[in-house]
Design a protein around this ligand. Structure first.
Ligand code: CP
Ligand code: NVA
Length: 320
């Protein structure tokens, strides 16, 4: 077993709701464990540290990557996972969150939940006696950003000192978690959005403060060109997130000029990499020539969900 795969007592039993909740060292630990678990998996060496354990996965929104990677991740760590659609469990018929969390805590060892309001995940964590993992809320997508950081590290060999930009909806889950993640690892991040789509002021202010302490700079601009200038990493996401489908036409108009296309990426460094959490809309937030082009690492990024999730599961749920 490699050095990095030792049990980390400060993470055992914790919830994983936002990246802001973890110290710089703890985020570094998740990334190192993800890296090592990936190498072991590639060598075909199983790491069954969650043998006999079960993860319940509650989905109130659709998912391909999160669902499959958490389920396969649990299996690869020697445990199992239960897919629970909110349509089929009593939560969807109004059973209180607190009761659901307490009941599940008697059967399983961890809960992953994807839902709308972030407060719902917080309420779940409050009532559950076992680790609760945020698999995406309207305002945070921390498991995705951990995988993004792993992907950047693999392609660039460093995180600290790099310059990233996120061009898209500054108020969405990806923008917020990227602000929190970049600030924690010492990476510059410029978020660029149209008027009316600025990041949450509290999340931005907290990330700016943390970045300052870590020797980097995160911030907001209305200019996608300014954000992309000299970037090592160019990131975007859908303009209308899950739950915002009714606003799609308005958003298509509001985001004109924010498509990540070759005239924008032409401002980035020559060896920039392109990230998108997927699913993507070619011809809207990103041009096909960019997402399907030589700088795109979106499928490495999607694969890294598996390795990042295994690290999270191991760190929170390992018993000894
Ligand atoms: N990126 C991401 O979370 O994908 P899914 O919605 O398919 O889980
Ligand atoms: N911002 C997107 C991310 C999807 C993984 C959404 O919430 O729909």
């Amino acid at each position: 077993m490699t050095q990095n795969l030792k049990t980390v007592s400060s993470l055992k039993g914790r919830d994983f709701l936002t990246l802001a909740a973890f110290s710089n060292d703890e985020i570094d630990t998740f990334l190192k464990q993800a890296f090592d678990l990936k190498q072991l998996q590639k060598k075909g060496e199983p790491h069954a540290c969650l043998s006999g354990q079960t993860l319940a996965m509650i989905f109130e929104k659709s998912s391909t990557r999160t669902r499959v990677s958490f389920e396969v991740g649990m299996y690869q760590l020697g445990g199992s996972a239960l897919f629970l659609s909110s349509r089929d469990i009593q939560l969807g018929r109004g059973e209180p969150i607190a009761d659901t969390a307490k009941v599940l805590s008697r059967y399983v060892d961890g809960i992953m939940i994807r839902t709308f309001a972030h407060e719902k995940v917080e309420a779940f964590a409050e009532s559950a006696d076992i680790p609760v993992i945020n698999g995406l809320t309207d305002t945070h997508h921390p498991t995705q950003v951990l995988a993004d950081l792993l992907t950047v590290y693999e392609h660039k060999g460093q995180l600290k000192g790099l310059k990233a930009c996120f061009i898209g909806d500054g108020y969405n889950n990806m923008a917020h978690s990227l602000l929190e993640g970049a600030a924690a690892v010492g990476m510059d991040l410029a978020v660029a959005s149209p008027k009316g789509y600025e990041p949450d002021q509290d999340i931005l202010a907290a990330a700016e403060k943390r970045a300052e302490g870590n020797g980097c700079k995160v911030g907001f601009t209305y200019s996608p060109q300014e954000a992309a200038e000299g970037a090592d990493i160019v990131i975007t996401d859908v303009w209308a997130s899950m739950g915002e489908e009714a606003e799609k036409e308005k958003r298509l108009r509001d985001f004109q000029g924010f498509e990540v296309n070759e005239s924008l990426t032409g401002l980035a460094k020559e060896d920039y990499i392109f990230l998108h959490c997927l699913p993507a809309h070619r011809g809207e937030e990103v041009a096909a020539s960019v997402i399907d082009g030589p700088h795109s690492v979106v499928f490495d990024e999607a694969e890294n969900r598996l390795h990042a999730h295994k690290a999270i599961l191991k760190c929170l749920m390992e018993k000894n």
